[in-house]
Write a protein that binds this ligand. Structure first.
Ligand SMILES: *Cc1c(COP(=O)(O)O)cnc(C)c1O
Length: 369
């Protein structure tokens, strides 16, 4: 059994993907070919925003966003401590200070109450300039944007949605990638919408920000590519990856339905024995991960392994526990919810072509007999 079965997806889409790849090989426009433009239009339409700008990966999407907001040393950027490293790495790369925030115990996402406390603490200390919030749609579930938007407005902070895992999910019918001033996503193969290599995108409704990001994406270009008006980077999405993504995006709505069917089956079979993920009303998850919480994690994972069921820990370490950030030395217990999650979470196999949900639930439930 595969944790995420990319081969099953390829087999399902093989003819279409092969023909799209063949078309690129024939026209030979490997960089910024017509498929990139076509994909950007389709992504913007799918997400419901004015601009979708593709780039080389989800980390670059965050970095391009930091560049567009001129994030620099002395800035405070608020983000969850329980996330993938790139969320906190992007602001830190530009010399800004990531200010970590605890998680909500029910959704695992950034806790709005703790967020406001941390913002007030930074203001009271008076050393850093509060600049932006990066909210993460962890494991496919959108963050609490109604609350976070109020806080961003109250303290005049930019809001960034890191939708690397949430892409495809929605809140009140509004899609992941459409929240905040800028949203970012990743097309890493294991994400809800993945390509066959690295890829990413930035979403915004703001024309000026979109122009800036397009410039930063290609060496800070001005009106033509040999006119460089700012220091940028080289972060384009390959035409071949765009071609693959076009076919995957067409199938994506059906894949989301499949993921939700599997999540419902997990929930029905497991919830009497173990803490299963909760999706609040009006939210739809893209189920990037199906994540359980239990203090007997090590025994449970071993039990599954013996029965041939793979499981993975996302994430065993919070950001404040990472060596790279420990110079700021956080005493144990300052992020009680996130620290508990790091000790207790583990994720079950989840992908759109899974047909072994019964095998997984039988194996897991047998632990409790
Ligand atoms: C995967 C991920 C990223 C980074 O995406 P890459 O394409 O791997 O660079 C950023 N944030 C979150 C929350 C992620 O899960």
């Amino acid at each position: 059994m595969q944790f995420i079965d990319l081969k099953a997806q390829y087999q399902h889409l093989q003819t279409k993907i092969n023909s799209r790849i063949q078309q690129v090989l024939e026209h030979g426009q490997y960089i910024m070919g017509p498929e990139v433009c076509e994909l950007e239009e389709k992504l913007a339409e799918y997400v419901g925003v004015k601009h979708a700008i593709t780039c080389a990966n989800g980390t670059d999407a965050l970095q391009l966003t930091m560049m567009a907001f001129d994030v620099k040393q002395g800035d405070a950027i608020f983000c969850p401590t329980f996330t993938f490293f790139a969320t906190a790495e992007a602001p830190a790369f530009f010399g800004a200070t990531p200010i970590f925030v605890d998680s909500d115990s029910a959704t695992f996402n950034i806790c709005p109450v703790d967020l406001e406390k941390r913002i007030q603490a930074v203001i009271a200390e008076g050393k850093l300039t509060p600049k932006a919030i990066i909210a993460v749609d962890l494991f496919g579930l959108l963050a609490n944007y109604p609350e976070i938007e109020k806080i961003a407005e109250k303290y005049q902070l930019k809001l960034i949605e890191d939708a690397a895992q949430g892409f495809g999910g929605s809140l009140n019918g509004k899609k992941a990638g459409s929240f905040g001033d800028i949203a970012t996503t990743s097309f890493f193969p294991a994400k809800p919408l993945g390509c066959y290599g690295d890829g990413g995108a930035v979403f915004t409704n703001d024309d000026k920000l979109a122009e800036l990001i397009k410039s930063y994406r290609v060496h800070g270009k001005g009106s033509d590519k040999y006119d460089n008006v700012r220091i940028g980077m080289n972060s384009r999405l390959d035409t071949l990856q765009a071609a693959i993504l076009l076919e995957k995006l067409a199938e994506f709505p059906q894949e989301l339905i499949n993921r939700n069917v599997s999540a419902d089956a997990y929930q029905a079979a497991l919830s009497q024995n173990i803490c299963t993920p909760q999706v609040p009303e009006n939210y739809m998850s893209s189920w990037a991960q199906y994540t359980l919480v239990d203090e007997r994690r090590a025994e449970l994972m071993e039990h599954l392994k013996v029965k041939g069921v793979p499981s993975v820990i996302y994430y065993a370490k919070c950001m404040h526990q990472q060596t790279a950030f420990r110079k700021n030395s956080y005493p144990q217990g300052v992020f009680p919810v996130a620290e508990k999650l790091a000790k207790q979470v583990f994720s079950l196999p989840m992908h759109p072509y899974i047909n072994e949900v019964d095998v997984v639930t039988t194996a897991l439930n047998s632990f409790f007999d």
